[in-house]
Design a protein around this ligand. Structure first.
Ligand code: SF4
Length: 171
């Protein structure tokens, strides 16, 4: 049986990402209501990754988190590759969660994160410090509240048109 902290650790990075993008999307995804288009988005991401970082290997850890590539220095450098910086906060906290997971579940203390935006030739360095860890704990708790509650009312935003759940919410 999983302890409470292990259950928390099992909340996957995608949920952290969706928490910042849309609570309705988070709720639907977490109830395993997944639409076909999701796989297209995944394919697009994979294509971008292979074009920009063809030699780098993706790592999946405990079937829970997938890191686009990892570099071993005197610390572990986790890399995420993203199409655009429109969802920067979602990307940042998803990667912070991976770092948090590796620290608390695997005992790896020396970790740095880098978000790569190859189309914009931009990189952002991410550090997991105490205040970010505390923020993450609050976010993880709030994700639990959202997914255990009623379906959040959809809010129409610019990203809805490209969202896999568009028809679910708006047609
Ligand atoms: S269509 Fe819009 S409101 Fe509905 S889940 Fe997607 S982003 Fe959220």
């Amino acid at each position: 049986m999983l302890s409470d902290s292990e259950k928390h650790l099992r909340i996957i990075g995608t949920q952290i990402n969706y928490y910042f993008i849309c609570k309705t999307k988070l709720w639907l995804f977490s109830r395993h209501i997944q639409m076909e288009q999701e796989s297209d988005l995944v394919s697009l991401g994979k294509l971008l990754h292979s074009k920009s970082y063809g030699d780098e290997k993706e790592y999946t850890i405990d079937n829970l988190i997938s890191v686009d590539f990892i570099k071993k220095k005197d610390y572990l450098e986790l890399h995420e590759v993203k199409k655009s910086s429109k969802m920067e906060k979602a990307h940042e906290y998803q990667l912070l969660y991976y770092m948090y997971y590796l620290k608390h579940k695997k005992g790896i203390e020396k970790i740095k994160g880098i978000i790569n935006y190859p189309k914009m030739r931009k990189k952002i360095a991410i550090d997991l410090n105490k205040s970010k860890e505390n923020e993450l704990k609050d976010i993880i708790e709030d994700i639990g509240n959202v997914i255990n509650g009623d379906t959040p009312e959809p809010e129409r935003t610019k990203i809805c048109r490209k969202c896999a759940y568009f028809e679910f919410c708006w047609v």
